[in-house]
Write a protein that binds this ligand. Sequence first.
Ligand code: IMP
Length: 330
Amino acid sequence: MIADIVLGFAWGDEAKSKVCSSLIKENKYNRTMRFNGSSNAGHTFYLNEQKIITHIVPTGAVFNIRSIIGPGCVINEADFWKEIDHLKQFNHDILNYVKIAHNAHIVQDRHKEEEVGETAIGTTKMGVGPAYRDKYARTGIRAESIDSFKGLLIDVYDEFYKSKEPITLLAEGAQALGLDIDWGTHYPFVTSSHCGVGSLINNGVPHKAIRKVVGVTKCYDTYVGTRAFQNILDPVLDKLADEGQEYGATTGRRRKTNYLNVDLLVRSAQMSCATDIIINKIDVLRKVNVWKVLKGNSILDLGSELSFVNYIRDLLPEIKFVFSNNPYTI
Ligand code: IMP
């Protein structure tokens, strides 16, 4: 088995699914899998120039690849079916390709009801935290209990370890290491799932199968939630949000912006053994023409695009970098 994994290296919204769709086009994956999170994710990519947004369904399903919602995910039944109905306009047969791990947990309506109104940390209100809470309290229910999922259920162990064909998997991360329940930078301003490589292994993928770990970030940072994100008032940061069209794909909220936090980038790369890093939206930074990064509590002005690119490459010389325009394509 071979597994490539795409991970968010910042606070989500790094354009991971554009990277996933590009990897799908250039590799022969026969499985894709989501291994964490829920419909809190908003994954935007393009197929035949059509803009497609998925939430819990892996990108691969739109491309006719057998795609798994793994045991580490939590799923709301109604939101799942709504998403399938929406995605049928792009792939009429999508349901033939979507599988759900029998042991994935369910976001129940009562979980979503707990998040009506403002939530303290500014969640996506998809009931994600309450669903994971009940999973770990052993009071949750699993996908195998949902009648409408019956025809879609699989056992990931059988899928990966009893397969007659060699598995080539693309694992599609959701959220990001800066939002990880354990390693997120500002608990409690985090999501409730594990967003790193370890999560993939916990979803049943043998660690020896991992080939590429592709970290994705933008050349500036964004965050949605209630914590303060900018350490200074700087009109350039607002300009970045405007030029980069920084609005959440799930909630429509305007994203807070800051210069690229290189400490988090290095930590994310080290902790995931990244082989590749894609830094998106360099065209947006080019429009604003301010080449700054955040290191510790200082803002470093690197002066030019070339110095910016070289500075980042030198932080992690062993990793293959791509600095990409928006949208990312290979
Ligand atoms: P929750 O995952 O809905 O519980 O939200 C917890 C925190 O994670 C909030 O700050 C959300 O805005 C953030 N979050 C969750 N999913 C995403 C995402 O896909 N992109 C960006 N932020 C997210």
